[in-house]
Design a protein around this ligand. Structure first.
Ligand SMILES: [Zn+2]
Length: 83
């Protein structure tokens, strides 16, 4: 088989949902394996970004120190309300 796998098919292989013919191609094709690695890394990066955001939310609800640089306006207006 000469056709390379699409991004969708590569993602399917991550979920072990790829049909066997394509899986055989993936096993034998360095280009598709490289692309698959890139997709994996992109996935990991976005997962890390999300967990960072979640952490920020948690920190924000406990104390303002860590989040304040990212949202300078929020805590200033909060202060204004108290004054
Ligand atoms: Zn290929």
């Amino acid at each position: 088989m000469k056709r390379h796998l699409t991004d969708g098919e590569l993602r399917a292989s991550l979920d072990a949902e790829l049909e066997e013919g394509l899986l055989l191609h993936l096993d034998a094709c360095p280009e598709c394996q490289t692309r698959l690695l890139q997709l994996k890394q992109e996935h990991l990066r976005s997962a890390n970004r999300l967990s960072f955001l979640n952490q920020g939310d948690r920190t924000c609800s406990i104390g303002s120190v860590c989040v304040e640089p990212f949202y300078p306006g929020i805590f200033k207006s909060k202060g204004d309300i108290h004054v």
